[in-house]
Design a protein around this ligand. Sequence first.
Ligand code: S3P
Length: 451
Amino acid sequence: MQPPIITTSLQGDSQTLSIQKPASGLSLLGRIRVPGDKSISHRALMLGAIASGETTIEGLLLGEDPRSTAKCFSLMGAQISELNAERVIVRGVGIGNLEEPIEVLDAGNSGTTMRLMLGILASHPGRFYAVTGDSSLRSRPMSRVIKPLQQMGAQIWGRKSNSLAPLGVLGQQLKGIHYHSPIASAQVKSCILLAGLMAEGETTVTEPALSRDHSERMLRAFGAKLSVDPETCSVTVTGGAQLQGQNVIVPGDISSAAFWLVAGAIVPGSELVVENVGVNPTRTGILEALEMMGADIQLQNQREAAGEPVADILVRTSSQLRGCTIAGDLIPRLIDEIPILAVAAAFASGTTIIRDAAELRVKESDRLAVTAAELNRMGAQITELPDGLEITGGTPLTGTDVDSYTDHRIAMSLAIAALNASGKTTIHRAEAAAISYPDFTATLQQVCHQN
Ligand code: S3P
């Protein structure tokens, strides 16, 4: 009898996920779907909540992060039907009409919820909002959005000289500014644009490289007046907008598909099709990086759904991945995929260098430190750089005990590494995956075929 490939166990709230490749080997086969895009799900709930009329959302991510967004906006008067992936209906309050909630708004683990919501709250004159999050979010920098909001006239208080949650916001009539962001961050850009919806005059954000543009696409669809200058990576929104509820179709999340793309590329004898994945060009850096590494990936059935490009993605095992350099403007286009790219690099020949990625230190965990530490426990050769990783590929990995550090993307990256390691890997605090991918283990079980 072969031992089971995948087992889970619960200790209190904490789940461990154990993965052991059978002696005969395994392959990954099948056609799968990944849950809805996290970034688009947050934005659909938020714009639906502040628009007039009804918004319907198909394909919403049912992970913990969008649930935090839905809870916060429900507390401020938006009527949001029970969350399900088929169809969620949001009855918005109309712009400027969010109520002052009696409770603290809890963004949980979600940086997107907290940062985007701050832009909306800061522009509701005379209303007071208290905002917090879990222990990870309470240690993540909020000054990157608080400072530009203060330049617009916002009043926000928080720990450590107004830089960390819990935060208090007293809404004001804001004024438009031109903000030159020092970082390419869609959360910063979106926060300021959302504040700009109710500000006097025009609000422009210029970033050093283009970050994901889901806010721009959706704001336009909801009726905001918005202009984009791709040459200078600038977006301008005109204050005084009226937003009208829309039908939003959320494509599958390319950041979740990335786990299967790497898994299919590294596990021998695999062939996977991930259907209905969002392939917005501001998010497809992962496809370009895997292509540079020599992965066998094809886009099929390319189409558009509610203003976002979508495709099915076929991956077959690569004969040999090779190391590459990932840096510069590519980084914001694959910012969330660096832990799983590090797994691909650990199985590639030669050295992979990742640079210009210091942002990873302030994600749900310090992803540079944690990726290096946990994959090195399995035998990888990864050196941390101040702003990236140097990965010498090709040394075989061996299963052992590893930890997610409660970071969803770390939990799933370690699970994919385990598929190609010898022996048993046990991932502690694996429940973190539910932040963005509640069915991750079920899909893993579905695609794993013993040889
Ligand atoms: C997100 C933007 C990115 C990304 C995060 C989601 C968004 O963060 O890492 O998972 O939805 O705007 P930054 O904008 O801070 O890089």
